[in-house]
Design a protein. Structure first.
Length: 247
């Protein structure tokens, strides 16, 4: 497929007829991967299109290719890029990266001061997020808006999320770290700690293979813990919390 034939743009009300295909593929893709997903209805997707809060990819002749949308929480303090999906016929063509970049640009344009974040179980999405400047964060850094977390109720892993008091789940939380804002914070922390020995922080992008192995381990532990009734912290759980703090 020639990627030059694919158009990535902000969705409009004229794209509402794609909603059924988009939500169907979202559900089928999650089922095939064996992972959870916050289910969305065609009506919900159509609303995002009407509000100008979605990005769609189509071919020049009108075939649906991919989709993603944005949501704002806590009076626009947080923005989530959600629902990234690409039609199977157009995968491995760089379409997902193009859609994520366009969605990121739309988020920055509509909500320039908001913290942009996402939750995902997909390693491919994590790589794309990393390229855009996202870094893994703990769930405590995400929005506390109850409406956001209600969206997880339709996920097959909702029981795990609630058993961890919304502090952990199979999804990885990632947030965009604006260098212009993060550098002054880092300099302030370093100044306060001097002459305490500085601990070098690892760069997520340079350690992705290590993180990939950890994600597989995390899934193994959390899925096994779901089968257990004990609420006590296991060594594995403590390791997970330590790892999340490290990143």
């Amino acid at each position: 497929m020639n990627t030059n034939d694919i158009i990535i743009r902000v969705a409009t009300p004229d794209d509402k007829h794609y909603a059924e295909a988009i939500t169907t593929e979202m559900a089928e893709s999650a089922k095939a991967r064996g992972t959870g997903i916050a289910q969305r209805t065609p009506e919900y997707v159509q609303k995002k299109m009407e509000e100008g809060k979605a990005v769609i990819a189509t071919t020049s002749n009108g075939t649906w290719v991919g989709f993603c949308y944005i949501e704002a929480w806590e009076h626009e303090k947080y923005v989530a890029n959600s629902g990234l999906i690409v039609s199977p016929a157009f995968r491995k063509e760089g379409v997902a990266t193009g859609i994520k970049k366009k969605t990121f640009e739309l988020s920055r344009k509509k909500y320039p001061e908001a913290k942009i974040f996402g939750l995902t179980t997909g390693l491919a999405v994590m790589k794309i997020n990393s390229e855009l400047g996202y870094e893994p964060v703990t769930y405590s850094e995400l929005t506390t808006d109850e409406e956001f977390w209600k969206g997880c109720r339709s996920c097959v892993n909702f029981e795990i999320l609630m058993s961890k008091n919304r502090s952990n789940c199979l999804c990885t939380a990632m947030m965009y770290k604006d260098p212009a804002k993060e550098l002054p914070k880092l300099e302030k922390v370093v100044a306060m700690r001097t002459p305490i020995r500085k601990r070098k922080k690892r760069k997520f992008a340079n350690n992705f293979r290590l993180f990939e192995r950890w994600i597989r381990f995390k899934r193994h532990v959390l899925l096994n813990e779901r089968k257990k009734k004990s609420g006590q912290d296991s060594p594995e759980k403590k390791s997970i919390l330590s790892f999340l703090y490290f990143w």
